[in-house]
Design a protein around this ligand. Structure first.
Ligand code: 6PG
Length: 483
């Protein structure tokens, strides 16, 4: 079946959408690629569809032949479903490999599993790389953003090929070795968490214009198209503009109007949250986005609840386009800031020494969240960052200062009119919490100490203290009625 080539620079296992696109990208950049797939029937079909790379790609139905066709030390990229299939493949291929070979998991994997797999291969002479690949099919084919975690040895092997196929921002490749074991997959997971938040915020602006503004999809789409050329310039705003102006060829209806309002999710947004909470961090914008996808799936319940739940809506004037643009900008900054906060906390916890500026830089092109804001975020991380908090970087806090009132107006109008904006309002609540030197947690501490003698810190004297809860009162406990 194979058109034989000299030993391949890289092996690609898994010819699904992403695997095929990456194999073609490597070949297009002049690397020779050995390919294989669990269903061997796909291999010839794939090769036949790419006759221009006949000298660069070879296919193998047998795993042993595939391995033998790759130059040692081997670099083998697996583009297969994460979880059990990856573990099974490692077990199967291990005996066929030699010292110095590298196995790369290029899927969206749980970084905890990546760490475990790296540890299991440690000492065997084999290397494991967890590589986050972002940009969808088009990105994989023409230039993805890639987040690499693994050993220095593996990176030396992979670097020239990864840099060649990566997206470029002003000539700089959007790929880097970010740290050991699970670092790459963790950064990719948080990328996806930020992606979820940004997508949700865009959907909320769309919802406000659709439900309160009575606007048609194309009109809203044109607004996003305008935004895509300004400070909000980004892939997600751009595709939202195009999606809203697309028409269903079956019905002639706007495409978005024929799509059921139930969102799917494969789990990376949820992973971001779980890890954030384990690290003692809050990621309220990402939680809002994950939660909103969950609630969207309860379609039948929402349809039943619609006439039953009194909205109590209060008419309010729609915010201006400028206010909405500013609202999106402020919320985007806050969503990204929460994401980067999770990254710095994980970096500390796992001793990864993640370079935040570099992460922002490799997200400037190729990936789903690419935006002009990320260039400003990268610059902010390169400069001094007070308290390690993005929102305190002078350039970023200036951007927030001019956009936050827009977010306030949008959230206020949404609240009055009964329009759900969970991610936008989570962003605002976080901003307002961080912007107050004096919060309300003293009241939480009072309650904890009152009912549980948990103690608290005083403002005037160091150490642990307990309250004098001596006000005259009657505590009314609920009493269960007798059966
Ligand atoms: C990317 C994307 C991609 C992800 C899809 C779908 O960076 O290219 O994040 O990895 O799989 O966006 O994710 P959900 O199905 O969870 O929405």
């Amino acid at each position: 079946m194979a058109h034989e080539i000299a030993l391949a620079d890289i092996g690609v296992y898994g010819l699904g959408t992403m695997g095929s696109a990456l194999a073609l990208n490597f070949a297009g950049k002049g690397f020779s690629v050995a390919v294989t797939n669990r269903e061997a029937g796909w291999i010839d079909d794939f090769l036949n569809e790419a006759p221009e790379f006949v000298d660069k790609m070879s296919g193998y139905a047998e795993l042993a032949d595939f391995v033998q066709a790759i130059k040692a030390p081997r670099t083998i990229l697996f583009m297969i479903p994460s979880g059990k299939p990856m573990d099974a493949m490692i077990e199967t291929i291990k005996p066929l490999l030699s010292e110095g070979d590298t196995i790369i998991d290029g899927g969206n994997a749980d970084f905890n599993e990546t760490r475990r797999r790296s540890a299991e291969l440690d000492g065997t002479g084999l290397h494991f790389v967890g590589m986050g690949v972002s940009g969808g099919e088009d990105g994989a084919r023409h230039g993805p953003s890639m987040m690499v975690g693994g050993t220095a040895h593996s990176w030396t092997q992979l670097k020239p090929m990864a840099e060649a196929i990566a997206a470029k921002f002003e000539g700089e490749p959007c790929v880097d070795h970010l740290g050991p074991d699970g670092a790459g997959h963790f950064v990719k997971t948080v990328h996806n968490g930020i992606e979820y938040a940004d997508m949700q915020m865009i959907s909320e602006i769309y919802g406000l214009l659709r439900d309160q503004g009575g606007q048609e999809p194309a009109e809203i789409g044109q607004m996003f198209e305008r935004w895509a050329t300004g400070p909000l310039s980004s892939y997600l705003i751009e595709i939202s503009g195009a999606a809203l102006q697309s028409v269903d060829s079956k019905t002639g209806q706007p495409m978005v109007d024929v799509i059921l309002d139930k969102a799917g999710q494969k789990g990376t947004g949820r992973w971001t949250l779980v890890e954030a909470l384990k690290l003692g961090q809050s990621a309220s914008t990402i939680e809002a986005a994950v939660g909103a996808r969950g609630w969207s799936s309860e379609k039948d319940m929402r349809v039943a609840a619609d006439p039953l739940l009194e909205k109590g809506a209060i008419p309010a004037e729609l915010p201006t386009e400028k206010d909405m643009e500013n609202a999106m900008m402020a919320a985007r900054i806050l969503g990204h800031a929460q994401g980067f906060r999770i990254l710095s906390s994980a970096s500390e916890e796992f001793d990864w020494a993640l370079d935040m500026a570099r992460i922002a830089e490799i997200w400037r092109a190729g990936c789903i969240i690419r935006s002009s804001l990320l260039d400003e975020i990268a610059a902010a991380f390169r400069a001094e960052l007070p308290f390690d908090h993005l929102i305190l970087a002078p350039a970023i806090s200036e951007l927030l200062a001019v956009s936050i009132s827009g977010l306030r107006r949008v959230v206020a109008v949404a609240a009055l009119t009964g329009q759900p904006v969970p991610a936008l309002s989570a962003a605002l609540a976080w901003h307002d919490t961080m912007a107050r030197g004096r919060g309300t947690a003293n009241m939480i501490q009072a309650q904890r100490d009152f009912f549980g003698a948990h103690g608290f810190e005083r403002m005037d004297v160091e150490g642990k203290h307990y309250g004098d809860w001596n006000a005259v009162q009657t505590i009314v406990c609920p009493v269960w009625p007798e059966a």
